[in-house]
Design a protein around this ligand. Sequence first.
Ligand SMILES: Cc1cc2nc3c(=O)[nH]c(=O)nc-3n(C[C@H](O)[C@H](O)[C@H](O)COP(=O)(O)OP(=O)(O)OC[C@H]3O[C@@H](n4cnc5c(N)ncnc54)[C@H](O)[C@@H]3O)c2cc1C
Ligand code: SF4
Ligand code: SF4
Length: 416
Amino acid sequence: MRRDAFPIPVVPDLSGTAPHRSLCTDCGISRSSEPQRCATACQFIKPDHAALETRVHGRARDAARPDELHFGPFLSLHRASLAAPREGAQWSGITTRIAERLLESGRVDAVLTMGRDPDDRWRPVPVLVTEPGQLAACRGMKMGYAPLLALLEPARALGHRRLAVIGIPCQVHALRALEAELGFERLYVIGTPCSDNTSTENFYRFLALLSDEPETIDYLEFRADYHVELRQRGVVREIPFLQLPLSRLPADFFPLTCRTCVDYTNVLADITVGYMGGEGEQWLVVRNQRGAELLALLGDEVRLAAPGSAGRRAGAVRGFLANLERAAGGLPLRRMPAWLRPLVGWLMPRIGPRGLEFARARVEMKALETVLHLRREMPRRLRRLVPEHVWRLAAPYGVKPAQGERRESVNDGRPR
Ligand SMILES: Cc1cc2nc3c(=O)[nH]c(=O)nc-3n(C[C@H](O)[C@H](O)[C@H](O)COP(=O)(O)OP(=O)(O)OC[C@H]3O[C@@H](n4cnc5c(N)ncnc54)[C@H](O)[C@@H]3O)c2cc1C
Ligand code: SF4
Ligand code: SF4
């Protein structure tokens, strides 16, 4: 692919290495002029999720409101699609279109988002975009990490005062923690959910298990109907989750960061644009007035509906927990007999949790995964990294804090 096919104006200098930390997704802060700010910004060092929710949205999540325990504070939930889906988008392209509208309407001077390496379609590269037409090249999911926030200082230096950032939760956490000191006049944050990220190199190993020609796969998505969709040479393949070669992946395929990250739904964004509550369409979580303003920018370009919800998640979540516990005890995953898989693969989209119930199930699975993996690999971090709402999500499955694992439970006189 030609390098000049991507007219991208500002990319960071990635020649220096980021300081090594045991839990780090290289969000870019360690590459800034003040890398010590990681200590207060990082969700893996000293998070205070409830305080940040209050600062950003005016209140922390309220477990008494339907679905806030799972999805964080919000004003409204929608099932959504662009009436004219965009070429190259991961779903219909709502994320990029909102950013285009921000530039077109003059609300922002620049958009900070993830482009792709011109020589490697799966490798993310942070970019600062000032022309709406340049955003089309940023559509679609890339796998891996890249230091998005390393471009905040260059954005300031270029004189941009009003900025939009599209980011995954660990990036948005650091951005929000530093928002006040960054000094932008206006900041819009468009978030996507994120789970099970891994390095681009690891991702290629996964693709190689799916195809003899992994380099020709140009789209992959884990859909909410329990299928992975692959696009390769113009052909679409749909593989039921149960048929995936996941057991052939090494135990450290997903880094500990992504196995223990507690913010699946990007709670600190103004609007979250995902798919998992959308039953085959996109799923929007409008979190505050700025998020409502972002959605309104799409006008009648976007079709909205109330999200549906069906099935019961408890059985699926319990099965997931049982496998997590077996893996933690060094036992192989309990796998379904081969003859039964096609039948169950057919049944799951029909009777398994769907719509919002699917999204709740995924959030609960992530909460359980966080606790079990930290307990096994970094037990001393549990107390600091696991917020109260994660314990509440895990409690119905019998996963409860042991002595010293919950922040409030340790009376050692230290400030919290
Ligand atoms: C690793 C990963 C895991 C995800 N897992 C889920 C999930 O489990 N459930 C769910 O509902 N949604 C998930 N998403 C979000 C989902 O894949 C779509 O990106 C989202 O629904 C937006 O679709 P769209 O058509 O509006 O996006 P588009 O208009 O195509 O834009 C996609 C945007 O995502 C950004 N982006 C792409 N790759 C990366 C990356 N590696 N790092 C940071 N930003 C990136 C791009 O900059 C672009 O702005 C995940 C995204 C990523 C990157
Ligand atoms: S703030 Fe970012 S760069 Fe710093 S340790 Fe955390 S993830 Fe890594
Ligand atoms: S799963 Fe969490 S830690 Fe990993 S890349 Fe996504 S947001 Fe970051």
